[in-house]
Write a protein that binds this ligand. Structure first.
Ligand SMILES: [Zn+2]
Length: 360
């Protein structure tokens, strides 16, 4: 599924989406700077399209996205439609003149019917109180404008996936960097698209995470972990985070090797096995160092990097203690084995008379 725009018409996988032209349009829409998301306050795309293309209500939008992801275009994207009403955004009034409007089929607020039992609420749509709602289709959510309605109809995944794809194509084609809900541009009049529409994750899905101005990254520095906005990060910060990470891991590596030496000392005369153990421990240490190297080169995943650095900075003692415990355990195992072999030889010697002198 891919969306593109040719001659201000939305295409899905190379073919134009369904068109149902509305007469409710204004003049040309020159260089739109805002995308406005709405819900239809209804149950079907057909009823929404009928209302948005009928002359009676003098309302329209550019696109309608049904709950199954079917898209219908009502007007070319370079023509003003009437979706915003009295509104303002960042000091500019009448948002229709600089925005593209998308309607998502969703009935909005859902109420508990008065005769509901507490353990088995009967849910009804606010826009059609005879309509019983499937509880699986509703979520208990708080509107950011303080709206007290207990439930809201959810947006299905199919619909959201399409909405994200469409919004991405629109924002890329027209250079739009702003998305708002109708509730943002007309907060005293409008509640759509409601709290079931997750505006934050929608925006980051459309623009990618780099767009999120509030996103901060944790950097492990010699002074401790500090938080910095992503766009303020410098190459020096990245290197500082990397070197701190490697520093902690190198300390852990030294401790692991020291654990190997403990094995040699405790193993005493037990043939060559301790050297093998030491080699294994050193290999482990090297692989930890390799991991540190891999982590330090994964600089595009800055937050993961800082997170790992922070983890090692605070948990390296766990690695050291675990390595020492394992090494000592291995040493005791070989001592036990050696004792067993010696005992076997003694018993065999006694049987064959090999060490008869000692027995006599
Ligand atoms: Zn609206």
């Amino acid at each position: 599924m891919s969306f593109s725009i040719r001659s201000h018409v939305l295409h899905r996988d190379g073919a134009p989406v369904a068109q149902a032209r509305t007469p409710n349009v204004g003049g040309p829409l020159r260089s739109p700077t805002l995308l406005v998301m709405h819900y239809t306050a209804g149950f079907t795309a057909a009823s929404a399209i009928a209302a948005l293309t009928g002359r009676a209500k003098k309302v329209s939008a550019h696109l309608v996205i049904d709950r199954d992801g079917t898209v219908t275009q009502l007007a070319p994207l370079n023509v003003v439609t009437w979706h915003a009403g009295p509104s303002s955004w960042k000091g500019r009034k009448l948002c229709n003149s600089f925005s593209i409007g998308i309607e998502l089929v969703n009935c909005g607020p859902v109420l508990e019917r008065a005769d509901s039992k507490p353990n088995k609420p009967v849910l009804i749509a606010e826009v059609a109180t005879k309509k019983i709602m499937d509880p699986k289709d509703c979520a208990r959510l708080q509107h950011k404008n303080g709206e007290g309605t207990p439930f809201w109809q959810i947006y299905p995944e199919e619909q959201m996936e399409v909405a994200i794809g469409v919004a991405r194509a629109i924002c890329e084609t027209y250079g739009i960097k702003d998305i708002a809900g109708h509730y943002d541009i007309a907060p005293t009049r409008k509640r759509d698209p409601g709290p079931a529409f997750n505006m934050l994750s929608f925006k980051s899905a459309v623009f990618g995470r780099d767009d999120d101005e509030r996103e901060t990254v944790r950097i492990a520095t010699k002074k401790g972990v500090v938080e910095k906005p992503r766009e303020e990060l410098t190459a020096k910060d990245l290197l500082a985070a990397g070197s701190e990470t490697i520093g902690a891991v190198v300390t852990a590596k030294r401790a692991v090797v020291a654990g190997g030496l403990v094995t040699v000392a405790a193993g005493g005369t037990v043939a060559t096995e301790p050297n093998e153990t030491l080699t294994q421990v050193q290999t482990t240490a090297l692989s930890i160092a390799d991991t540190a190297q891999a982590v330090s080169t994964a600089k595009d995943s800055v937050s993961a990097l800082a997170g790992v650095g922070h983890w090692f900075a605070t948990h390296w003692i766990v690695v050291v203690v675990a390595a020492a415990v394992v090494s000592i355990g291995v040493a005791f195992y070989y001592i036990w084995r050696a004792a067993q072999i010696i005992e076997q030889r003694r018993v065999r010697g006694a049987r064959t008379g090999e060490n008869i002198e000692r027995l006599s």
